[in-house]
Ligand binder design. Sequence first.
Ligand SMILES: Cc1ncc(C[n+]2csc(CCOP(=O)(O)OP(=O)(O)O)c2C)c(N)n1
Length: 625
Amino acid sequence: MSIPFYALDKPGEKGVVLGNEGIARGVFEAGIIVASGYPGTPSSEIMEALVEIHKYHPNFEIEWSTNEAVGFQVALGASMCNARSFACMKHVGLNVAADAFMTATYAGAHGGFIVLSADDPNCYSSQNEQDNRYYGLHALCPIFEAINIQEAKDIIKYAFDFSEEFQTIVMMRTETRLNHARGDLILGEIEKIEGRTYDFDKDRDRWTFLPSNARIQRLKQIERINKLREFSDKFPYTKLDVKDGAKIGIISSGIPYSYANDALLKLNLTEKVSTLKLGMVFPQPEKLMATLFENSEKIIIIEQLEPFLEDFAKKLAFELDVNIEIVGKKYFQRNAELTLNKVIDGITKFLEIPNPFVDLPVNTEGLHFASPRPPVLCPGCSHRNTYYALKLMEQKLGKNFVYSSDIGCYTLGFYKPLEAVDTCICMGASIGMANGIAKLHNGPVLAIIGDSTFFHTGIPGLIDAVYNQNNVLVIIMDNNATAMTGFQPHPGTGIKITGEPGTKIPLESIVRGAGIPEDHLWIVDANDLEQTTKAIEEAVNTKGPRVIISRHPCALLERSIHRDKKIIPAQINTEKCNNCMICIKNFGCPAITLVNGKVSIVERSCNGCGVCVKICPFGAIEQIE
Ligand SMILES: Cc1ncc(C[n+]2csc(CCOP(=O)(O)OP(=O)(O)O)c2C)c(N)n1
């Protein structure tokens, strides 16, 4: 085991890292004391890199929290103890943490407190592409953005000093293109915070949001944001570059700024266009913007997603009574991601000059080198088996099930041939929505939820079902991992982020504790088709709130843990196979395929789960040692 580059105590050393590793390095260099988070693409590797660092520098606390709300609260509590603290989440995670966030920003931070929101323009791995800059605006919380990995490392390190100086929470906003980029990083000094003691800051008026205190804290928050607004013009990562005689100005930040910079280079316009690059995107630097207005005739705002900076710039120009053309979304789409080509396209249209790169694609997807394919459940995935059993039962009982589903690998059951996902809105919503559907729908209503998701936000929905006696069947697909985001452990696995043992909380103990009686609870091995179908039949024919825990470890995780375990791949007995295609058309394991019109199993893909052996009505699939 060799120490990763980003964990080295070698200031000045240069290496190549993943964006998220660079961010983790910045958090570490700042002298982090408590880091918490919940996995979610594109942020997950930040915590994973921090835990790698922790192996060599175990002088800070780190945890996967049950969900983002708890993760935020953990970091907030640590900040109240004067500790530098960090809460890490993907953009939609901030929705979960928002209740605490919206009030905590009144009181601000004691020890430096950074909340990282990893946004995902184009929904690469998300259910939406919300622009979390509005959270900063809404909560009056300063937002930092970086244009590359080096700056992300530097700015997040600086954010801790800033947070303590202004006693404010800071939101670091990233986007997939930064989190998942690879690039150069020069390591900095690891800060040694000497002489600081960590204990709860017993300041009841500050931390207790009774209305009488909240009103006072609210005034302090407004005072703080006004100070930050003034400081924004001096923010060290904000830069105004006015070019002599330039009539055009660009305002941008983050990755779009890097595209804008490249676009100007490619178009030979660097000396003809002034730029204002924002490191703090809220509150915005009013004086610098005003100077840019004074020195330009036209301004173009290059930003991803919503017209956040554009709206501000237009408002400022109006207030300053400056007669200047300001455009943004007129030339850039509001959805999906910008690319260099899209930025070149927008700038050239705005300037009414020919685009020398016009032949390059500027479609919404950017460049595709591989043909697009739908994502599929892996070979040997136990979720497929549960879905297959459900489909068999739908047929046998002659009933259509409503599948109120959730977010995780099992959402891939949406696609053919399973088509067993009817809804998916956000984590934990499956059971809540099923409760509503069951009030009106006259037929079996199923809530499908994964184990990590159940712990995250599923439990209140189940309690609601029990309390209100809703007629829903909850199926918890328990593969012993947060598989979709990279197999992170969760309370049901009993393993902590560091790999050390924590306390295991069995799903069934929560289900029973929520009031599900024994005769309304089935626990099955998802890979045992007979057992699973029997349980589904019984559960569908039972009334009231009821639960099946369909359990089998994730096949990929199993394979990576037990590397020396022998896999006995399934194979087709060509004499018995009559190409009925049930295994392909109904079951859909990607290891089963057609070769020259004949069913065949790709040996290296097969995980040897053996379920396909049981689904073949002709006994034509075999596992021979
Ligand atoms: C609020 C929020 N946080 C995080 C995520 C990222 N995410 C998507 S699915 C998922 C959990 C999947 O785990 P599990 O429910 O156990 O299902 P599995 O993938 O293992 O089948 C996570 C964390 C998200 N979509 N929304």
